[in-house]
Design a protein around this ligand. Sequence first.
Ligand SMILES: Nc1ncnc2c1ncn2[C@@H]1O[C@H](COP(=O)(O)OP(=O)(O)OP(=O)(O)O)[C@@H](O)[C@H]1O
Length: 270
Amino acid sequence: MAYEKESISVTNLSKIFHTTSGEITALQDISLSIGEGEFFCIVGPSGCGKTTLLRILAGLDSSSGGTISLKTTNVDRPINSMVFQEQSIFPWMTVIDNVSYGLRMRNIPKKERYEIANHYIEMIGLSKFTHAYPSQLSGGMKQRVSVARAFANDPEILLMDEPFGALDEQNRILLQHELLRIWEEARKTTVFITHSIDEALCLGDRIMVMSANPGMIKTIITNDLPRPRKISEIRTSLQYNQLFQSIWQILRDEVTNSKANSSTEEKSNY
Ligand SMILES: Nc1ncnc2c1ncn2[C@@H]1O[C@H](COP(=O)(O)OP(=O)(O)OP(=O)(O)O)[C@@H](O)[C@H]1O
């Protein structure tokens, strides 16, 4: 899918960590362009720099070289909202106060922020728990609250680091459905890390496959499965299976190489 406007531009980005046992090149020569409203997925072997890239985009870490540029359209909105794998909601706040937290920080009046929060709480199916505390919720429900909070913030871009990785399959599928529904409505530029090719194919417009040691872009695949997507239906399509196979072939080689490298490193440490 071609995008009229660019939302994220990354040029020759690199990141080197200096550790007591030497330098780790987490990212090398990363250049990419993500369109406004695009759902961009990243897959790759463990340690290929996915989280590092997201953290740099979020401004939580600095790069060692290269440039990133995040296009902003409205100065009153936050540039990004991040959803992590671990639930990161405040245990002392109710669901509605968690979801509307970012809006409160921006001094949006209570009535308005509750209206916005209620909209997303309804979309994630937690209306009955609006005034409940996180201790009364399951892991999947807490993760739903994180997703609702990220959307309620109305950021320019959403950065999601394996947000459903810790969930059981039923909750994961339900949340994928809900995320797709909210994204279809809001069309936020989204960068989404996952270990699952299936999840990337269900959600993404493009899928970037990374290689490890050093973390680089292996390839970027366009996922032209039609939207709006019904997860149960697309999985049975020939197109899905062809895309799955081509990504798996690339990824399998990368995971094998990365495991071979890390076991050599482990041996050389002994
Ligand atoms: N703060 C840090 N200090 C030193 N090395 C780090 C630091 N953060 C990450 N690394 C190293 O950088 C590389 C990339 O790590 P990163 O967490 O970005 O990978 P990843 O692809 O997200 O991995 P995973 O899929 O396992 O979460 C790894 O070799 C990791 O050990």
